[in-house]
Design a protein around this ligand. Structure first.
Ligand code: DGJ
Length: 372
């Protein structure tokens, strides 16, 4: 009996120590244990790299279909090496007040955090759908904190760029009715398809533009941008943020009209700007897309699917969420994506792959295990 107990103790201790064992590689699509041995719960996430440390923010999910709405809030994990992540707890908690913008049961997706040097604080943006509104609110939410891991204080939710026209506005858009192109006589018709041929920019001019899947990007000059799916998801917008990073300033551009891009991940390499995006098929994976531009507000050129090999047409069963340039490593980028499990969202997996380049084209190849 005594030996039995000793043996049991030995097994438990080895399990604990194996859970806490440091790792030095990524295993895309497998369980991704934190330093407590628990699968990381930070979906649709992004990384803040700050003062030599990485902070991973993402959607906290619970088990069962209820987990497709926000029941807890935004998680934060920290790491020195990107392989081993410590759970820092809930950075932004949902509210128990059912009338609050971020009431428990709202949809709070794709949180991202950037550091604002001017105010020495941390600013979180996310896609918000108010409780009970399904996906019709199309809002963006903003919260701030004094420490990277939080707690974050919710400021407000809103539709970006109210009362402003995009820099590439056309005569067709520059009217505040939602007349169809067929009904519009005269002026330019800039693109063949525009979400049912509706003037959504004009329709939403006063209350602000719709905002769903999103990301943040800080350029070398410190200016920050929100890239988001707008106009009923038909068209991406890049919106410049105010100096404190808590608002948009009415300076924005429309990209890929009528292409229905979601999950945008924006990054810079060798002075060029890149986007990796998905198509628009709910939680189901689809073929990724990529694009390049010499300037954020300039001409964007599509470069096609960056994935190569088996299941490339399904982005290896995942959807983009972020592209991370690894600190101190030249030309080293990590493509981060989600393998959603809408029947049991807490079991969603992470697909992190090395992002390489062939000429100017981003390339993603599957690998079972890798290190940077
Ligand atoms: C795809 C988006 O990329 C996700 O963030 C989420 O909004 C789902 N659609 C919901 O169906």
């Amino acid at each position: 009996m005594k030996y039995f107990l000793y043996f049991g103790l030995f097994v438990c201790l080895s399990l604990v120590s194996s859970c806490q064992k440091k790792t030095g590689s990524f295993r895309p699509g497998m369980l991704f244990p934190d330093t407590d041995g628990v699968h990381i719960n930070a979906h649709g996430g992004g990384i803040l790299s700050h003062n030599g440390k990485y902070y991973w923010f993402g959607e906290h999910k619970i088990a069962g279909k209820l987990g497709n709405s926000a029941q807890v809030g935004v998680s934060c994990y920290s790491s020195d090496d990107l392989y081993n992540w410590k759970n820092e707890g809930i950075a932004l908690a949902v509210s128990e007040d059912s009338t609050h913008d971020i009431a428990r049961g709202c949809v709070l997706e794709r949180p991202k955090v950037i550091y604002n040097a001017k105010n020495n604080n941390y600013v979180m943006w996310f896609h918000l759908e108010r409780k009970g509104n399904s996906y019709s609110s199309a809002l963006t939410g903003v919260a701030v904190a004094d420490k990277p891991e939080g707690p974050y204080r919710f400021i407000r939710s809103f539709r970006p760029d109210a009362g402003a026209w995009p820099v590439n506005v056309s005569d067709f858009h520059k009217r505040t009715d939602n007349r169809t192109k067929e009904a519009f006589s005269g002026g330019d018709l800039p693109e063949p398809i525009d979400s049912g041929m509706m003037n959504l920019i004009g329709r939403d001019f006063e209350k602000g533009q719709m905002s769903r899947d999103m990301n943040l990007f800080v350029d070398d000059d410190g200016r920050a941008y929100l890239v988001h799916a707008s106009e009923e998801n038909s068209t991406l917008h890049i919106s410049e943020l105010t100096d404190d990073y808590t608002d948009t300033r009415g300076h924005y551009v429309r990209l890929f009209p009528g292409r229905f891009m979601e999950a945008p991940a924006l990054f810079k390499r060798d002075g060029k700007y890149y986007l990796i995006m998905s198509g628009c098929t709910g939680w189901a994976p689809n073929e990724a897309r990529s694009a390049v531009a010499d300037s954020l507000f300039g001409e964007w050129r599509e470069l096609g699917n960056p994935c190569v090999g088996e299941d490339a047409d399904l982005t290896f069963h995942s959807q983009s969420t972020y592209v991370l340039p690894v600190d101190g490593k030249e030309d080293c980028f990590i493509f981060m994506a989600d393998r959603w499990v809408p029947e049991n969202p807490i079991d969603g997996r992470y697909v992190w792959l090395p992002l390489t380049f062939e000429g100017e084209k981003p390339v993603l190849r599957w690998t079972d295990e890798w290190s940077y």
